[in-house]
Design a binder for this molecule. Structure first.
Ligand code: HCA
Ligand code: CU
Length: 469
């Protein structure tokens, strides 16, 4: 097994994740997400919950800290993100976070273009001053210095800056591959060479611009880093950073690291963040995507039904999940075993399912399959649709408050973990609220009609059931 020591799993969905294009969390959502993360990550967990230099975002940091206090969770390591300036550090202290991450880039382009030609020496002094101020004057329990854009610097500079941070008493330094530009081999070597020169703990923060964030993060650990940054769905600037579930699954089951994470909570966490962020979980996303557990080809299905290991290496029960099988054009006869059909009837049914699916160019739902079986056998199964696509057409009345509408609708559906899309339109109505694969139609109806009553709008629903999706 590779030599990895993992001490810190820092989730930054609520800071880096909120820098993902189109993502805006409100305080209520942040509190729910932070609490879920706290419970899932276990005793290696750290949570970056936002930055404080913008008053709107600062308020959400304050609210999360208060929520943890009110809930009696005193051990959470809540962090905020600061520039290397006293103002940010003071603002963070006033929010009551446990620790901070001070970030400042030192690469040529950043010094010249972002900091208006700041000299290397002055920049070093700024970093050192900020760390000392946060640690010794203000008194934060934990101060991490983040070398933004570290992978654009020559090794000697990375070492020099890290040594300064260490001398200034930072608790950890972070090496950020801000532009996602490094290769796994180069990154491991960088961390290894740095590790030989400093004794302060190293954390890695890898962006996914080239799709290498997860492997770079793991290679960083192999090089001797002891901390990682991850986010739910890998959310972050541009293509984001290392995905929490993929990184932790691999560390635990491929690299033999005892992460201390409660994997059972991960599916619900992803669903919630997806609903709150409005970012759908890509179906082919490793580990948490809907396709990850679905077997399509009949030969695969047959084999997996006998022994999961024929086509699976991830233990789904750890997540409270099960393997699934697509009903459709390639399905195997075995999938119909639970209906106890005679052999010939079974093959006839399978032929019809395959043909229908190929004609419709999509899989069939179990509802449709039951309908086919009913038709062929004459035996009533009374299937229920399993999910619906719903479109709510919203017609506003006078004194309608648009901002309140957007806030309330999003909040209510998020509470019930129903991801929705809201569009402003013109013509027959003013907005549409769309949701796909809604399992509990009644809940959707209750929410939207209740909101309509209170919010001065009328609703009409169009519902597509399993048969016509
Ligand atoms: C940023 C850049 C950053 C900082 C890293 C960190 C990066 O958005 O401020 O301090 O966690 O990737 O370098 O996210
Ligand atoms: Cu980043």
């Amino acid at each position: 097994m590779p030599d990895i020591t993992l001490k810190r799993i820092k989730d930054t969905t609520l800071r880096e994740g909120e820098q993902a294009p189109t993502v805006y969390f409100n305080s209520e959502e942040k509190c729910v997400i932070a609490e879920m993360l706290y419970k899932i990550l276990g005793n290696k967990g750290y949570l970056e919950i936002g930055f404080t230099y913008n008053p709107f975002y600062k308020q959400t940091v304050k609210d999360v800290v208060k929520h943890f206090k009110d809930t009696g969770i005193v051990k959470a390591r809540l962090l905020s993100h600061c520039r290397a300036v006293r103002y940010d550090i003071d603002q963070s202290w006033s929010c009551g976070v446990w620790g901070i991450v001070i970030f400042m880039a030192m690469s040529k382009n950043h010094l010249l273009h972002k900091f208006g030609g700041l000299s290397f020496k002055d920049a070093i002094n700024k970093i050192s001053e900020a760390i000392r101020y946060a640690k010794n004057k203000v008194g934060f329990e934990y101060v991490e210095y983040s070398l933004e854009d570290a992978t654009s610097l020559p090794l000697k500079d990375v070492i020099l800056i890290s040594k300064i941070a260490e001398e200034s008493e930072a608790d950890a330094i972070k090496i950020a591959d801000t532009k996602g530009q490094t290769s796994p081999e180069a990154f491991k070597t960088l961390i290894k060479q740095l590790k030989e020169k400093v004794s302060v703990d190293i954390t890695v923060h890898c962006h996914n611009d080239r799709g290498l964030a997860v492997i770079n993060t793991i290679e960083g650990l192999m090089g001797g880093a002891t901390g990682i940054d991850v986010s739910v769905l890998g959310l972050g600037e541009r293509c984001g950073i290392a995905d929490l579930a993929i990184t932790l699954e691999n560390l635990e089951s491929l690299y033999g690291v005892n992460t201390g994470v409660d994997f059972k909570g991960i599916p619900e966490l992803y669903e919630y963040v997806s609903a709150a962020s409005g970012i759908q979980i890509p179906p082919q996303h490793p580990v948490v995507g809907a396709f990850a557990r679905i077997h399509k080809a009949g030969t695969h299905q047959k084999a997996v039904l006998k022994k999961h290991e024929t086509y699976e290496t991830i233990n789904w029960s750890k997540y409270g999940l099960k393997s699934e099988y697509e009903l459709g054009g390639m399905q195997s006869d075995e999938l119909l075993n639970r209906y106890n059909l005679a052999k010939e009837l079974k093959s006839k049914t399978v032929q019809i399912i395959r043909k229908t699916s190929i004609e419709k160019r999509r899989p069939l739902t179990s509802y449709e399959v039951s309908k086919i079986i009913e038709r062929i056998t004459g035996f009533p199964l009374s299937p229920q649709p399993q999910s619906y696509d719903v479109i709510a057409f919203i017609k506003t009345k006078q004194a309608f408050d648009e901002l309140e509408f957007l806030k309330k609708v999003r909040m209510k559906f998020t509470e019930h973990k129903i991801p929705i899309k809201i569009r402003k339109i013109s013509g027959y109505c003013d907005f549409i609220v769309e949701a796909n694969h809604v399992r509990n139609l009644q809940v959707f109806k209750d929410i939207i009609f209740d909101l309509a009553k209170k919010g001065n709008f009328e609703v009409n629903l169009s519902i597509v059931n399993d048969e016509y999706k």
